[in-house]
Write a protein that binds this ligand. Sequence first.
Ligand SMILES: Cc1ncc(C[n+]2csc(CCOP(=O)(O)OP(=O)(O)O)c2C)c(N)n1
Ligand code: SF4
Ligand SMILES: [Mg+2]
Length: 290
Amino acid sequence: MTTATEPLKAKDYKSEIPPTWCPGCGDYGVLNAVLKAFADLQLDINKTALVSGIGCSSRFPYFVKTYGMHTAHGRSLPVGAGLKMARPDLEVVVFSGDGDGFSIGGGHVPHVARKNTDITYVVMDNSIYGLTKGQVSPTSKQGMVTVTTPYGAPDNPVNPVAFCLTYGATFVAQSYSSKSKLTQELVTKAIQHKGFAFVNIISPCPTFNKVDTFDSYKELVYDIPADHDTSDLNAALQLAFEGKNSGRVPTGVLYQTQKPTLVDKLNEIRKKANGSDNFDMNKIIEAYKP
Ligand SMILES: Cc1ncc(C[n+]2csc(CCOP(=O)(O)OP(=O)(O)O)c2C)c(N)n1
Ligand code: SF4
Ligand SMILES: [Mg+2]
């Protein structure tokens, strides 16, 4: 039995709900690594909130003992950002799929990134819509045959890491669900980072994506070289695009920098608006009364 003084272990963050993913789904690897990251950080279960959209990957909060919000498809980021603004004391970690995050929810990413909203964003990228049984997704490769693209996907795929780098995310990393230790390390670093931290995790869907399989990724996934300068945005973009052009998947931290977070900036505005450290909402409401 765990007493209050004993450090929490990964299993202590597991909820009583067993994961409902298909056997062999990459998301199991992500869950196990995330639970270990939470234990590494000794996150307070009562002060951590997981927010997700809709998709197989978005079931994530059910399987973790912290607070969780399973929101609407594509809306995990604005809900997570709103929660962080209202309760800056909470650790907010948002979980999405490639469809949830970069198709219907793609319009939210630039704004959460450019505002440096202090949340962690984990995307489980399987290059398919898993929950709805195998439709093309924004990260499906050009030419990929799916139930909605019987003649091959006609469009250029989104590059999630380049997307987030371009819009000003202050921490951008990539992992692969079979690289458990790396995923654990990257999620830990992302949560420790002050500002918007994005981790794209390649997480194969063996049920509906027969192209991007665990076997195919064996040849494609590689470690970012140790001499990569994570403070160099151009070098990070080069890595992101090299990966996209060759089909290879660089894993590790692509970029990290420090900038004021959304909460820092709001506090500054509050000080200016109020002329003091104490923000008085009543005064503002009074000023607008006829
Ligand atoms: C507004 C709205 N549009 C469409 C859907 C149907 N829908 C549910 S999940 C999903 C795609 C899920 O794909 P992804 O985010 O990649 O997650 P995965 O299941 O692959 O983990 C879609 C289109 C929905 N639930 N709500
Ligand atoms: S359909 Fe694919 S993504 Fe969804 S649980 Fe099954 S294997 Fe995982
Ligand atoms: Mg998906």
